[in-house]
Write a protein that binds this ligand. Structure first.
Ligand code: HEM
Ligand SMILES: *[C@@H]1O[C@H](CO)[C@@H](O)[C@H](O)[C@H]1NC(C)=O
Ligand SMILES: *[C@@H]1O[C@H](CO)[C@@H](O)[C@H](O)[C@H]1NC(C)=O
Length: 341
């Protein structure tokens, strides 16, 4: 009889455990196309902590990184689902989504995603997908900034294609409220609570002058400022973003608490201090009156209500078209390129 500590026995023990986990969670759930919170519990139990460690380290030299990372998850999920398509560099026949208008010279944080991937490959090679790294990084970023936590659903595979045109069509800062609503409905989110709660992501991070100069100097080609913009905030922004100044100069999306995840995005909207046109419309557009504005009011008066909705909407966003079919996806070894076949 083999001693219980023989390599053979412990190996088959581990294999059994892995199989039970796969059947219970990974395998069974994935077959139904569903994600689950404990997907890596057996195959990479420290995945969350590993990503968290990389993010904390990155934040020491880059206080903006948490905001940048949650935006990557958003830009990934809205374009052919959360499949890490955003992370792929261009390759023959596929133009990178990084080149699309909303991302070029704007989306950032890719080296930190690569660092998390490298750390995970060290600990558990070939196990954790890049799409799941983005989902984990989003939640960790929000929590480390003072926001709510939630149970991150996992088990996404990485896709093998990009969708450049889809990325061109991401919600834009000059989209009117009806267009914003449509783009959220198009990905299966609702155009009320999900739209308003997720827009609350603009409670931290930075934004370039080029996205506000129209509102400051030539709103809807009127040669006048946007009349909904609070005049003192307009004066402040006009100094930071002069008429023919550098388009890429950075501003805080939330000037009251620039790096904290709180409900000040909504209290700002209440006093006409939204930065983007697409922000202020949620409160001020005539069509907002009976749709999004009451939700803005609710989140402005209750951070707790905002946090609860935000967590739920992030889980919904992370569930857009989950790619779990192994014939269509893979766990990439490097997030910027598909595996060699
Ligand atoms: C509703 C439609 C949305 C529009 C039109 C929009 C537009 C923008 C724009 C124009 C910027 C500034 C980019 C730059 O200056 O380079 C930005 C930044 C940002 N967005 Fe959004 N966004 C939207 C929704 C979201 C959502 C759903 C989230 C997350 C849940 C989010 C999170 C962020 C963050 C955190 C930043 C700052 C990123 C950084 O500092 O690197 N946005 N967004
Ligand atoms: C991205 O921005 C750079 C300038 O930084 C520009 O040269 C390039 O053409 C842009 N790419 C696309 C696809 O527009
Ligand atoms: C305002 O915008 C319109 C349309 O884009 C443009 O024709 C006009 O020259 C702009 N005015 C100024 C002062 O930039």
């Amino acid at each position: 009889m083999a001693p219980p500590s023989s390599p053979r026995v412990s190996l088959s023990g581990a294999a059994l455990l892995a199989m039970a986990c796969l059947l219970l969670h990974g395998g069974a759930a994935a077959a139904a196309g569903e994600l689950c919170a404990d997907y890596y519990d057996c195959t990479c139990p420290d995945a969350y902590k590993i990503v968290q460690g990389v993010l904390i380290e990155a934040h020491r030299s880059d206080p903006r990184i948490f905001a940048s990372l949650i935006r990557l998850h958003f830009h990934d999920c809205f374009v052919q689902g959360c499949d890490a398509s955003l992370l792929l560099d261009s390759f023959p026949g596929m133009q990178s989504e990084k080149d699309a208008r909303p991302n070029n010279n704007s989306a950032r944080g890719f080296p930190v995603v690569d660092a998390a991937k490298a750390a995970l490959e060290d600990a558990c090679p070939g196990v954790v997908s890049c799409a799941d790294i983005l989902a984990l990084a989003a939640e960790i970023s929000v929590q480390l900034s003072g926001g709510p936590g939630w149970s991150v659903l996992l088990g996404r595979l990485d896709g093998k294609t990009t969708d450049f045109n889809g990325a061109q069509n991401l919600p834009g800062p000059f989209d009117g409220l009806p267009m914003l609503k449509r783009k959220f409905r198009d990905v299966g989110l609702d155009d009320t609570t999900d739209l308003v709660a997720l827009s609350g992501g603009h409670t931290f991070g930075r934004v370039q002058c080029q996205f506000v100069t129209g509102r400051l100097y030539n709103f809807s080609n009127t040669n006048m400022p946007d009349p909904t913009l609070d005049s003192r905030y307009r004066a402040f922004l006009s100094q930071r973003c002069p008429r023919n100044g550098p388009a890429a100069s950075l501003n805080d999306l939330d000037p009251t608490t620039p790096d904290a995840f709180d409900n000040h995005y909504f209290t700002n909207l209440e006093v006409n201090r939204g930065f983007l046109q697409s922000d202020q419309e949620l409160k001020s557009d005539p069509g907002a009156l009976t749709t999004t504005a009451p939700i803005v009011d609710r989140f402005a008066s209750s951070q707790e209500a905002f946090f609860r909705s935000f967590a739920l909407s992030m889980i919904k966003m992370g569930n857009i078209q989950p790619l779990t079919d192994p014939s269509k996806g893979e766990v990439r070894a490097h997030c910027a390129r598909v595996n060699a076949s």
